[in-house]
Design a protein around this ligand. Structure first.
Ligand code: FMN
Ligand code: ADP
Length: 311
């Protein structure tokens, strides 16, 4: 998948009327997104067309509502997930305040039809674009008819008659309901980052933990202890992960994500890891003594081992 800053860049490589385009935020690249993208990919194969996804960086909510700490994936992870859906090109538009004031027609003219070889445009069932989200399917339809470009509307994808959306995924993550998040994502929810130094307490209490240096733009699951798997390079290790502020030690308000890998003794400081979440075991607690905490971590690790035995 090639990343472009302007669809104009396609002119040099492609001038036939064989480019299918879709536009969206695709945060999380959940099962609804993937169903939609697979349909487009199928059409592209059948029509011998290139598959172009148009998206925005940063996410519009960051600029329009000053939200932060809500993304399901980093932009780099989104690239990886979209590439795995078969996109040939990804246009990442800089989403600025100025950009947000474009009318739907200005947006389509400047950013989509800057390349005039587009054969089809696909819009998600709830996608709205342009200043104040005034552009919907009907606005786009009128514009595309004028350009003699086909416009396709995606039907809403549902799981057991309930909707699938990035908001639903975020709510499940915030609630620590990992099975629900995983069902909506159609894959295991994960957090990635480098292993950073902590307080060096883990080894002393017999449970070293790899502390994750995660992107602060990301949404973080509810505080608590989770059964997880940690991927380092191409190896996957079973693990237990604590998310929280380590209240037993009164370490402040910063939320740590730290994984103890089962049957593992290597030094992995500085390594890039991916923590995939399976289910929550319990809430984080303030223990009366370190011994009580260690006893509880031992029980958590035992539950995780039991879980993996039956997997
Ligand atoms: C499975 C697991 C469960 C944990 N549960 C709690 C908990 O309930 N309360 C708490 O204060 N700390 C909990 N911890 C966090 C420990 O306090 C933390 O790993 C320890 O302070 C080491 O911190 P460090 O990596 O900064 O050295 C847990 C850690 C693990 C691995
Ligand atoms: N089983 C294990 N799980 C996690 N980290 C381990 C394990 N064994 C060794 N380590 C190493 O120990 C480090 C964590 O030790 P710890 O005492 O908790 O220090 P810190 O507070 O700096 O995280 C990890 O970053 C990793 O390099």
């Amino acid at each position: 998948m090639i990343i472009v800053k302007d669809l104009e860049e396609l002119k040099t490589v492609y001038n036939e009327n064989k480019v299918h385009v879709t536009i969206g935020n695709f945060d999380g690249v959940h099962v609804g997104h993937r169903e939609f993208l697979h349909q487009i990919k199928k059409d592209c194969i059948q029509d011998h067309a290139k598959f172009v996804i148009v998206t925005f960086v940063p996410h519009p909510l960051k600029i329009l509502k000053a939200h932060s700490g809500f993304l399901i994936n980093t932009y780099a992870e989104r690239r990886e997930l979209l590439a795995s859906c078969g996109a040939d090109y990804l246009l990442e538009i800089d989403f600025t305040r100025d950009f947000s004031t474009l009318t739907p027609e200005e947006f389509l003219t400047k950013h989509i039809f800057s390349f005039d070889g587009i054969s089809k445009i696909y819009l998600g069932h709830d996608f709205a674009f342009g200043a104040n989200k005034s552009g919907d399917f009907h606005v786009a339809k009128t514009f595309c008819e004028h350009k003699k470009t086909a416009l396709m509307l995606q039907q809403e994808y549902k799981i057991k008659s309930s909707s699938v959306s990035s908001t639903e995924v975020r709510n499940a993550i915030l609630a620590g309901d990992i099975p629900k998040a995983n069902e909506l994502l159609g894959r295991n929810y994960f957090l990635s980052g480098r292993v950073i130094k902590g307080e060096g307490r883990g080894k002393k209490i017999g449970y070293p933990t790899a502390n994750l240096g995660y992107d602060k733009e990301l949404i973080i699951p509810a505080k608590g202890v989770y059964i997880t798997q940690v991927k380092i390079k191409d190896m996957i290790y079973n693990s237990v992960t604590n998310i929280g502020v380590n209240p037993t030690f009164n370490t402040g308000y910063e939320v740590h994500v730290e994984s103890h890998l089962l049957d593992f003794t290597q030094d992995i400081y500085g390594e890039e890891i991916r923590v995939s979440f399976i289910k929550k075991l319990r809430d984080e607690k303030k223990f009366p003594s370190v011994n009580d905490l260690v006893e509880q971590i031992t029980a958590d690790a035992e539950l995780a081992r039991e879980y993996f035995k039956h997997e």
